[in-house]
Write a protein that binds this ligand. Structure first.
Ligand code: RB5
Length: 149
């Protein structure tokens, strides 16, 4: 397995507690975690937080990103607008492994109002522990990359 050291986290107001639990969980495992907030539950706009984390990953300043909102969907949509980002919402561990293994996803989105903390941590563990398989999947990921404008 390629060692992944740097992971950036962000969320909107609906996922602050879960994001901080994930940050602590990853930090305890030795990952280099950057939590860019927000630090309060004051209402805020998920696109801005998805974009901020995505730009850090796209710039190569983080290996992976984990972003959260109520459903995971809105913040995922925003992150995927940033060139170089491949982000999927996962609600199960199989999907979390597969978006790394087959899609070379560099970001994971989670819905804090959809899944509980225990499942979220299992999904995060599956995501960060899985490497891209390459091979026949490389051509398909290249096709996704070619859609970046
Ligand atoms: C915020 O209320 C909510 O819309 C947001 O967290 C997210 O679920 C959007 O996709």
């Amino acid at each position: 397995m390629t060692e992944t050291r740097k992971i950036v986290l962000s969320s909107d107001h609906g996922a602050v507690d879960l994001r901080q639990a994930i940050a602590a969980h990853l930090d305890a495992q030795g990952f280099d975690v950057t939590d860019i907030g927000p630090m309060t539950t004051e209402s805020t706009d998920y696109p801005a937080h998805g974009q901020a984390a995505a730009e850090i990953v796209a710039a190569g300043e983080s290996d992976l990103g984990i972003i959260l909102c109520g459903t995971g969907q809105g913040i995922m949509m925003a992150a995927n607008k940033v060139k170089g980002i491949r982000c999927g919402v996962c609600m199960d561990t199989f999907s979390a492994k597969m978006i790394r293994a087959h899609n070379d996803a560099n970001m994971l989105a989670l819905g804090a109002r959809v899944i509980g903390e225990n499942l979220a941590l299992e999904i995060v563990d599956a995501f960060v522990a899985t490497d891209f398989e390459g091979g026949r999947h490389g051509k398909r990921v290249d096709m996704i990359k070619a859609l970046d404008i």
